[in-house]
Design a protein around this ligand. Sequence first.
Ligand SMILES: CC(=O)N[C@@H]([C@@H](O)[C@H](O)[C@H](O)CO)[C@@H](O)CC(=O)C(=O)O
Length: 305
Amino acid sequence: MNENLNKYKGVIPAFYACYDENDGVSEERTKNLAVYLYEKGVKGLYVGGSSGECIYQSIEERKRTLKYVAEKMKGKLTLIAHVGAPSTKDSVALAKYASELGYDALSAIPPIYYKLPESSIYTYWTKIIDSTELPFIIYNIPQTTGYNLSINLFERLLENKKVIGVKNSSMPALDIERFKTIGGNNVIVFNGPDEQYVSGRLIGADAGIGGTYAVMPELFLIAEEYVSTGRFADSRAVQREINNIIIALNSLNGSMYAVIKQILKIQGVNVGSVREPMSPVIEDDLAKIEEIRDNINQAILNFSS
Ligand SMILES: CC(=O)N[C@@H]([C@@H](O)[C@H](O)[C@H](O)CO)[C@@H](O)CC(=O)C(=O)O
């Protein structure tokens, strides 16, 4: 595959599940969030992944989110569809649908829940890859799936020319270095841990996909600018601020995504709450959430000047 990888290089928010007041997928809110992020200047969107609460949604709901984002952003942003689902059958159905909608690339977690041998994981990913003509990005997130992509399987998957990269959310920056060293220029490596955006980029990641980008895209865009122009001390300073904010986002009663969605709501982008069993925000935390929002805005101001 002679894919131009430049369209993947940049800040790519992991897109959130956007619900209405009855916990249903909302077309209007999905499209509003897509437009909001487009106007912030991000490079693309990673739709239907962990931040998209994919595991809590039906295949029909996931298809609707993929459709709404494509209707608004096809041709404007690089669109990556996360199609990993518990069964191969459902993952392939999502992959085919994303291809029909005109997505740029597919991505998928490995199989979840049962501890399957690598041969089954290889077959699972390969069946998704073979189901369309789209390029494929492996998603390595061992914290949630229980499987850490081995070098052996990575190399085997790279033999398929449709495999153009890996989104690596494991914590060791060393994994990013290894995947980049092995993959070289024909492969794109995405930094997954937002707390290590700068280190991930410096050790070899070409770009980033992350779950907290959408609540502070400006800060990740600034970090990216500093890294790519060699302003390393400045990039560390932005990373420190980002990390303070991520720690605060995780310090309250609601899940991190619920807190993020509350901040977006205050900013005028209402995407509803999270789906249970994730916990929504509680009344007592609302003032603290305002404070986090203020800190984000202050950090943006500090680094924009
Ligand atoms: C383990 C985990 O959830 N990792 C997140 C991070 O973006 C994470 O939310 C962030 O680093 C804050 O801890 C992403 O890698 C997930 C992601 O991009 C996705 O939504 O698919």
